[in-house]
Design a protein around this ligand. Sequence first.
Ligand code: HEM
Length: 147
Amino acid sequence: MQEILSMTYYWLKAGHLIFVIFWMAGLFMLPRFFVYHQEAPTGSDEAARWVEREKRLLRIILTPSLVLVWLLGLALVVTTGAHTQGWFHAKLLLVLALSGYHGWMSAYAKKLARGDYALSGRKLRLLNEVPGAAAALIVVLAVIKPF
Ligand code: HEM
């Protein structure tokens, strides 16, 4: 029984980390796409191609990965009892913020599709640092478990 539980834990963790990688890869790519998209004139064929690429990135990689990271992460909470530990509360806060960032990026893709280029390329490049910084903190919390 103990062996089955520990194998379940390792398989859940492997799945969790695989989809964390996909999710992060998508979160790094999307604002980059926005920068190139905004360099194309509104209403051009090039802009329409970027709208399609952004939609596909969201539909095929970002949204399914977000859902699977959450489902596998919550299954790990049940397996490990992490909800009673301080590091997990801090991680949860950061993961909620990262999920909010995902939602905001997805809304910005819709704005761009309507031709509303609200943010400058410089701002988008700065925003591109958010998932990297959040991921670094989350990994330190999950691996070192400092408190
Ligand atoms: C979406 C909500 C998430 C939940 C509910 C969640 C929950 C968990 C839980 C309970 C564990 C097991 C910890 C243990 O073995 O004691 C874990 C492992 C891990 N998580 Fe998450 N997680 C989430 C998102 C993320 C994200 C976004 C990242 C990275 C950017 C991440 C990185 C990791 C890493 C690196 C481990 C392995 C830690 C280790 O065993 O050394 N998680 N997660």
